[in-house]
Design a protein around this ligand. Structure first.
Ligand SMILES: *Cc1c(COP(=O)(O)O)cnc(C)c1O
Length: 345
């Protein structure tokens, strides 16, 4: 059975977070002489510290995704949320986490940085979870299993029934990274949060929302988990400009739908055009804004594309990704140029 108090690092059970000036007084009107800010704002209106809990943005996300604001954590990119999960739950040199390669690189980078043991359970050749191996790899020190769905770099969704089995049987946390969920036909796991106290969902404004430069990622989880993440985060982790622009974007979710529709249309075009090429060995099914493709002579093709200033990601050193290149879906013109280059190879 999952018991949060057993998963939290012991020294954080009674952690007293830093209390910032904006935590202690939350009103908007008044003479603010409490935070050692500069009272002059002639140059830019950025002389005041931002809201440490990003209430306005969270309220809008709450409406859009039909979830309580107390179940939302915002990070400086999902990468910050990933790092904070290690700091909240994983005792260095003692606890371990499980990742399922080939997958997103930040889980292992964050684990290395935090000196936490990484256990690897390869996906199956169909890029699905190897449930039996996972069950055998879990021990009493396993704190987090990271699942990426749709998975980067393979592009496919992970079977929800397999994830359900893990959520039910594992006493630690299951993180489902949904960075690419908007490009898929499937619902987010957000709807199931009430059912699984050990579920954490990651999403981001970097992909479908088109705001990678602003750095804002989301984590959705039970209120005690969100409270803990808020307690250990840097007080002002999301800057005021990012909060403002993301808040404005949240008023126009139809823009995201149209981005998504274009990218899915372009994905179909790119897929069909790649199918015609005899240098292509295999195209893996994708629910994301990229396609994993196995090529004959993949390294030569990669170098040829780079020479022609077309930059794709070589993934052939990843397990199960022999001869593979990951191609992000571009605009219609960009995709046509790529296909043109490949035809002339
Ligand atoms: C791109 C990506 C992210 C996004 O990270 P940010 O820090 O929010 O930009 C998260 N997870 C995966 C799997 C990704 O590919």
């Amino acid at each position: 059975m999952f018991v949060l108090e057993k998963v939290i690092r012991p020294h954080l059970l009674n952690f007293k977070p830093y209390s910032s000036a904006r935590d202690e007084y939350q009103g908007k009107e008044g003479i603010f002489l409490d935070a050692n800010e500069n009272p002059f704002d002639d140059l830019l209106e950025y002389n005041r510290y931002p809201d440490p809990l990003q209430r306005e943005v969270k309220n809008k996300i709450s409406v859009l995704k039909d979830i309580n604001p107390e179940n939302i954590f915002l990070g400086n990119g999902s990468d910050e949320a990933i790092d904070l999960l290690f700091r909240a739950f994983c005792e260095p040199k003692s606890d371990n986490i499980i990742i399922c390669p080939p997958t997103y690189g930040m889980y292992s980078t964050s684990a290395l940085l935090n000196n936490v043991e990484i256990r690897r359970v390869l996906l199956t050749p169909e890029f699905q979870l190897n449930i039996e191996d996972l069950q055998q790899t879990i021990d009493s020190k396993t704190k987090i299993i990271f699942i990426c769905s749709p998975n980067n770099p393979t592009g496919n969704l992970i079977n929800s029934e397999d994830i359900r089995i893990l959520l039910k049987s594992f006493d630690g946390l299951v993180v489902i990274d949904e960075a690419y969920i908007d490009f898929s036909g499937e619902d987010s796991w957000i709807k199931k949060l009430d059912k699984y106290p050990n579920l954490i969902i990651l999403q981001t404004f970097s992909k479908a929302w088109g705001m990678a430069a602003l750095r804002m990622g989301m984590a959705f989880a039970s209120q005690p988990i969100i409270k803990l993440l808020n307690a250990i985060k840097p007080p002002y982790n999301i800057n005021a400009y990012t909060q403002l622009i993301v808040s404005e974007a949240l008023d126009k979710p139809q823009v995201v739908s149209s981005y998504r529709d274009s990218i899915i249309k372009n994905r179909r075009f790119l897929h069909d055009a790649l199918m015609e090429l005899n240098i292509v060995k295999h195209i893996f099914p994708t629910d994301a804004n990229f396609i994993l493709v196995a090529f004959k002579e993949c390294e030569q093709i990669f170098n040829y594309l780079i020479q022609h200033k077309c930059i794709v990601r070589l993934r052939n050193k990843e397990p199960l990704c022999e001869d593979c290149i990951r191609i992000t879906i571009g605009t219609f013109d960009e995709n046509q140029k790529l296909i043109h280059l490949l035809k002339n190879y």
